[in-house]
Structure formats: structure tokens, C-alpha cells
Ligand binder design. Sequence first.
Ligand SMILES: Cc1ncc(COP(=O)(O)O)c(C=O)c1O
Length: 395
Amino acid sequence: MFTIGQEEIDAVAEVINTRRLFRYGGETEGRAAACERRITEIFGCSESLIVTSGTGALICGLVGLGIGPGDEVIVPAYTWLASAGAVLSVGAIPVLADVDETLTLDPDDFERRIGPRTKVVIPVHMAGRPADMDRILAVAKARGVAVLEDSCQAVGGSYKGRRLATIGDAGALSFNVYKNITCGEGGALLTNNRQVFERALYHHDMGSSFRGHTLIEPEFLGNSYRMNEIQAAVLHVQLGRLDGIIARLRERRDWIRDAIQAADTPLTLSPSADIEGDCGLHVSFLFGTADTRIRFSERAAELGCTLSSPIDSGKHVYTNWTTLLERKVGVHPKINPFLWAENRNCRISELTPDCCPRTLDLLARTATVDSGFNRTREECETLAATLCRVAKELD
Ligand SMILES: Cc1ncc(COP(=O)(O)O)c(C=O)c1O
């Protein structure tokens, strides 16, 4: 959470004073509906649906795209476990693909991993970094694969001037407490496709035609991912803060990057598919070996600079997705998609700890430093100078 305060308190108080905590049934536009309208304005998409989590948004997106048993969905090997878990939640099978030096889906490996059952790819804009959407879309279009952007970690970021989550067929945002803006827990599905939206709308509210929506798609029973008015009130204020938060992060990222680029240093900044669109959460460095990265981080820590490596980011690394790798889904065996006859011809056997070695290598060779939402320019430049000093010492 970057910033929250009196405006959010006032917005919650207003909802409680009106006694209208449920998004439906009011005479005027509620906070949830206002958030959806605001999201379409800020992001420039025709439809948005706010739900209880980013995972819920991914699930509703997959349902919207018509995905189910017998289908495969390509997911990068570096993402939060939920990107792959959402696929299993709709009965389909995730197929993992490597990331490249940008730490987002490698478009070439995405293409290599497409099989006859591949229906969707989920490019993940990890840690605020945009994936290479031009190349991913070109491959997806040529091979008839739908694109569901996981922009849970990159709310407010963009790629070549277009907001992340609006470039593919649909996109998911998360508003949990670790994200760029937050309402504690929450998510949103964004799309320009009315069919995807209507299906997602049904799915997020047990088939919701009884709410009085005017929908064309045939109704079906779904699940429940409804947002409430208290969280929506917080989110509505946070949406107003979004561009300011991203601008502040980018400013600090640029102070650090610019100082490094101006210095005579052997330090290598990680490449980006679009540094302008990157949310600015971190500055990343790529090293020749994992050992060099470790030695660099240890020496920087001695000098007071904390770096971390994505290889140490727990369940963001596919080798730590134990439940998935051990095919443990649900309690009852019959609800485990790995055991279903419909998925017999999906590439389940390729989900192994060694299926994406390039990802493991790149994650272990990368170190990142937070841009620091509250850092001054001087602190950013001092940080950059220290990192350059360490790089020179170890060169
Ligand atoms: C890349 C990514 N995808 C999906 C999710 C799921 O979001 P939520 O926690 O809101 O369900 C997260 C959340 O951490 C995430 O980082």
C-alpha cells in the first residue's frame, strides 16, 4: 500500500451512513458501479467488472473466454501461483513457458509451447514490468490463441501508450494490499469484448440476470465474486490516486536509472519491453552469473543497500508451486482437473520442476532494488552511487 488516508475514511463513513453496503438494490449509482465507470474512463476500455480479487478476475476472464476441460493455457513460469491456479479453477491445464531478460513472458518460448489444445495465453506484467505485447499479440493472432493479460502487479502501467490489461482480449487487475492501489482485497476484469464481459458478469454472481442487467448471452450458474460498497468506496478514492502514485514511482526509478546510466559502471540494467510504461516499482540489474549477483547483493547490503532477487520470491517461482507440481487440486479427487479424462491429451506430464530452466537462470542472475516511494532525489542518487561503487569493486 503506497498511500491511504482521510479521503478513504470519509468515503467509507459515507457508505456506512447511507446503510447501503450491497452493490445492488440502491436507487442511485453505488460505489461499485462508480468504480467500474471510472475504470473504463481511466483505462480506456468499454467494459469493466470489479470483483473480490485478482484471482477472481482471472477466473471470470477465463470463463468469459469460454475456457474449460480439454483446453491448455500458457502461463509464464515466473508469476504468482494464482495465474496458473485460475486455469485449474476452470478445469483447464496450465502449460508453463519461460520468461526472457525482461522477466516477462518470452514471446519466442510462448510460440514454441503452443500445442493443438492451446486456447489462451496469460502474459503477466510482473512487478510492474510490461510484457512485450506487440510480439505476443502477433504470435497469438497468427495461432488463434486468445490473450488474457495478468496485470495484477502492474495496475496503472502501460505498453506503448496503452494501459496494461486493455491490450489483449481481456485483462485482470488486483487491488490486494501489496498492489499499486488497494482496497484491502479486490480485483477487476477489463475487456472490450461484450461477450467476455457478459459471461464474466454471470459467473461473478451465480448467473446474475435476476439483477436486471440487459444481457444477450444465455444465462448459466456461476460462482460468487461480488464486490461490496465499503471496499468499492476505498477503491474509488484509490483510483483517483493511481496516476499520482505511478508518476511518483517512475520519477524515483528514473533518478536511480539516470544516475547509473550517467556513471562509468559495469552494472547492467535489465532490459524492458517499454521502460516508459513500466510502473517504476523497482530498478533491476542483470548479472553474468548467479554467484556474481549474490556477491554484489552481499557487498551492497554491507553498505546499506538492500537488493533482492526474484529467485528468492517464494511462490512467484514455479518450482515452489508444490501443490501444482504434485497435482494436488481440491479435496475431492473428482474435482482435480489433472485426473479428468477430458484433459488426458493435455500436456500434464510437461509440468515438472525442470520445464523452464532459462527462467530459473535469469531469475537467479537478476537483482532488484525498490525505487522507494518516499525516497528523496538525493537518496536515490546516493543509492545509485553506492551500487556503482560495488560494481566497480567487484569488477
Ligand atoms: C501476478 C499476479 N496474478 C494474480 C494475483 C492474484 O491476485 P489476488 O491476490 O488479488 O487474488 C496476484 C496477487 O498477488 C499476482 O501477483
